[in-house]
Design a protein around this ligand. Structure first.
Ligand code: GRG
Length: 306
């Protein structure tokens, strides 16, 4: 591929990401309770946290997987909204003083700074059931009760102790301690990887006739991308720029968090990320050119600067 063709393909993909972001903004705006509905301060805070920011990586994974499997965006839109909502809840709770105690998120004051701690707790408490409600009731997701149950269970597994909440607990317990690489991988797989995997597999569940080997390839892709994405996040905390990231840097080292750069250094972390990236791309080989949306998304994700 010549560099002109490569940059045209990158520009096309940027436009696609932008269209997914715009779709998510409209879809979340329409689905979230209105700020004028009682309890209005809580609804306003939910809208503050969920709208107008974020890269929308998890919804992009839902849409790119759907495109790879020939499923239209309308069918999976509610799943994309649900996974983004649980992600937003986790950011709101993670920023609280009892957890990471951050003032800045997505380039704006964190939810508890803009409102108050009790409201930020309730924002998370209300977002979780709302995400499940969308999966259970959205009219465009596949109507089969068996598929709905699998979507709901996938989400539940991804955010419970086997997933995000468990990873966060390990993260908090690990501050100031040295973990092995295997332990860091396990923490990352739960804290970040489980929701990344769920983004891909929610879309896969909407293709009930998917052959088992295609499903297994998507699982391998998601596992590699999830870990690589978290290593990139760890690296950005060391070498990223506050203005570009829209959040503070250096926090992991200050808190003595066991991250990849802290354990093996920046260059070895970059090398590990590149290997995982290659693993992710090779897992997609089975889909041929049809996997272009996922290939382009992983290229974008792992070269991001924010
Ligand atoms: C509170 C149960 C609970 C979990 C919190 C999400 C999380 C778990 C902690 C946030 C801190 C962190 C570095 C988590 C790893 C996942 C991650 C990279 C989050 C940031 O995701 P981005 O970069 O954020 O996709 P945007 O704002 O673009 O959506």
């Amino acid at each position: 591929m010549t560099s002109a063709v490569r940059s045209a393909a990158a520009a096309d993909f940027d436009a696609r990401m932008e269209s997914w972001r715009a779709r998510m903004e409209r879809a979340l705006d329409a689905r979230l309770p209105g700020a004028d509905a009682v309890p209005s301060r809580l609804h306003e805070a939910m809208r503050y946290a969920a709208l107008g920011g974020g890269k929308r990586v998890r919804p992009a994974l839902v849409f790119a997987t759907a495109a790879t499997l020939g499923i239209d965006e309308d069918t999976v839109e509610a799943a994309a909204c649900a996974i983004e909502l649980v992600h937003v809840y986790s950011l709101v709770h993670d920023d609280l003083p009892a957890m990471d105690d951050d003032d800045l998120r997505r380039g704006r004051p964190t939810c508890h700074k803009a409102y108050d701690e009790a409201t930020a707790l309730l924002v998370g408490d209300a977002m979780q059931p709302l995400a499940f409600h969308w999966l259970a009731t959205d009219p465009k997701l596949p109507p089969s009760p068996a598929v709905r149950l699998r979507l709901i269970d996938l989400m539940a597994q991804a955010i419970g102790t086997a997933g995000m909440a468990g990873g966060q607990a390990i993260d908090l317990q690990s501050e100031g301690r040295t973990l092995s690489i295997a332990e860091v991988d396990d923490m990352h797989a739960r804290k970040t990887g489980a929701v990344i995997r769920a983004s891909v597999m929610l879309a896969a569940e909407c293709a009930p006739q998917l052959p088992p080997e295609h499903r297994a390839s998507l699982e391998r892709f998601a596992a590699a991308v999830g870990l690589a994405f978290q290593i990139q996040d760890d690296l950005l905390d060391v070498i990223g720029d506050v203005a570009t990231l829209g959040k503070a840097t250096g926090a992991d080292r200050e808190r003595g968090k066991p991250t990849y750069p802290a354990l093996i250094g920046v260059e070895a972390s970059q090398a590990r990320m590149r290997r995982l990236h290659e693993e992710a791309l090779s897992a997609l080989a089975l889909f041929g050119d049809g996997a272009a949306p996922l290939v382009n998304l992983s290229n974008w994700l792992l070269s991001r600067e924010y």
